[in-house]
Ligand binder design. Structure first.
Ligand SMILES: NC(=O)c1ccc[n+]([C@@H]2O[C@H](COP(=O)([O-])OP(=O)(O)OC[C@H]3O[C@@H](n4cnc5c(N)ncnc54)[C@H](O)[C@@H]3O)[C@@H](O)[C@H]2O)c1
Length: 460
């Protein structure tokens, strides 16, 4: 992210010039951020094509042996879900902070498992973890900058792996993950918990039962007031705010986009073709700093936030459908991922969930989704929803996600998503950054599947 070459600097300067020449239509936020291009990979060449990982089943196994890299808030939260599932063994945990692996190890022994190996060996300690021959799956919940190194190392060592979102932040890295997964014949996933939300799974079934007719458009977002968390001197405050000093983009696209991709059959008949993107002015972090950091000698006052607060991207698929994708984590508002879908016979919108199907009683008014649940609740929610709700991580979807991963691995099924989904769901980060910097110019998605998007998906 930081190795700007002279050519990139010249190109940035040229873009800045173009923005100035465009005159009043370009707001200061965009013009300033032209200099923030940090992705010198506008169109990196696709690596050599190899056999696809689409629809490749896991090898069947009775017990799934996990190694976890990054045992902070999210790592421990997913660990607690895994510990509640039969057929899971936590073999090793790794972090750069010993107290964090110790907390994770205690969770394992409290749950009646043997103590896992604790690896605390600096930034690259994960190399020791992935080298073990008693691990089947490496899950990483580190800061974003470590997702790619951890997963490339895991794949090279012959392990299936997954990370939190975004899996990677440059097109070059996303292609590297695709290539490494295909080469190793091991899965590289983004464990997108939001795909397993009770509402999202219900809506996905309604879409595929044709209740909304032909789907034309969807909306996805991550609008979450994280200002307090971003400014804490611990956990995500230690690394996540920094991304707002580096990138003017849709920084966290996957929570909204993952479920919507399932509604639109992305990589099961369709794929993202291109996006255009625009960012609002930047205000939220500066205002929050002014309000909460009175000491002007605090290093936080040396930070320059380059990301416009609210990024709006519009994605077009090769089948012509559209997706609006938004991101804002620095302004006051209730949480939403939008989670909207519009078809020729009806529509669904979330937060709160509401549905309209042409001809329904009451005229052009939203109705509740409850009456649809009896017939269309997803079998996973029908079967283990009660336990999921009791576990409670994000309303139960975290448990369903973990449960389903373990189920596919134990039963030898193909996972619900693959490296191509992981790459395409994270790609809006670099693509929106490039589009914003070029005055909302359209940016092409690579076809990470190299044609395989057109065929059906055969998950369990
Ligand atoms: N899916 C979700 O709902 C969800 C929720 C929260 C966070 N997340 C994602 O989870 C990831 C982690 O977020 P978090 O909230 O747990 O942050 P965190 O700061 O609490 O945890 C990150 C952990 O990684 C450790 N770490 C840093 N560098 C490391 C390295 N090189 N090797 C091993 N460990 C390292 C840190 O010490 C820390 O314990 C991020 O990608 C975040 O976006 C996802």
């Amino acid at each position: 992210m930081t190795d700007l070459t002279r050519r990139d600097l010249l190109r940035n300067a040229a873009l800045a010039g173009a923005a100035v020449a465009a005159g009043a239509a370009i707001t200061p936020a965009i013009a300033e951020n032209v200099t923030a291009i940090s992705h010198p990979d506008l169109a990196p060449p696709a690596p050599l094509a190899r056999a696809t990982m689409k629809n490749v089943p896991f090898e069947r196994r009775d017990t799934v042996r996990f190694g976890i890299v990054g045992t902070g808030l999210r790592g421990r939260s997913v660990l607690s879900e895994l510990l509640a599932i039969d057929g899971v063994k936590i073999v090793a945990v790794c972090d750069v902070v010993a107290a964090k692996t110790a907390r994770a190890a205690k969770m394992c022994t409290d749950a009646g498992q043997p103590a896992p190996a604790e690896i605390v060996a600096g930034d690259k300690g994960f190399e020791q973890l992935v080298a073990r021959d008693d691990i089947d799956f490496v899950y990483t919940a580190t800061p974003w900058e470590w997702h790619v190194p951890v997963m490339l190392a895991a794949l090279k060592a012959g392990k299936h792996c997954a990370s939190e979102c975004p899996v990677g932040t440059t097109l070059k890295d996303l292609w590297a993950l695709v290539d490494a997964s295909e080469k190793a014949r091991r899965h590289c996933l983004q464990l997108e918990n939001c795909n397993y939300g009770e509402t999202e799974m219900l809506v996905n079934r309604l879409v595929h039962e044709g209740i909304f007719g032909e789907v034309l458009h969807a909306e996805a977002a991550y609008l979450h007031d994280l200002r307090t968390i971003l400014f804490e001197d611990r956990d995500e405050g230690l690394w996540r705010r920094a991304w707002h000093t580096r990138s003017n983009s849709n920084l966290y696209p996957t929570h909204g986009l993952g479920p919507v991709s399932w509604y639109l059959d992305v990589h099961a008949g369709d794929r993202f073709d291109y996006l255009v993107s625009a960012s609002s002015p930047q205000r939220g972090l500066e205002l929050h700093r002014e309000a909460t950091v009175p000491d002007r000698s605090d290093p936080k006052w040396r930070e320059r936030y380059v990301g416009g607060d609210l990024n709006t991207s519009i994605l077009k698929t090769v089948n012509g459908r559209t997706v609006m994708l938004q991101h804002d984590v620095v302004n006051p508002r209730p949480y939403t991922r939008h989670n909207r879908v519009q078809g020729t016979k009806g529509a669904f919108e979330d937060y709160p969930p509401r549905i309209y199907v042409e001809g329904q009683a009451g005229g052009h008014r939203w109705g509740p989704i409850e009456e649809w649940k009896a017939k269309y609740t997803h079998p996973l929610w029908a079967n283990v929803g009660e336990l999921a709700r009791k576990k409670g991580g994000h309303g139960g979807m975290d448990f369903i996600m973990a449960y389903r991963l373990v189920q596919t691995m134990r039963e030898g099924l193909a996972p619900d998503f693959d490296v191509y989904d992981a790459a395409a769901w994270s790609a809006p980060l670099p693509l929106s950054e490039m589009s914003v910097a070029k005055g909302s110019a359209p940016m092409k998605f690579p076809d990470f599947t190299r044609g395989a998007f057109a065929s059906a998906r055969t998950t369990g």
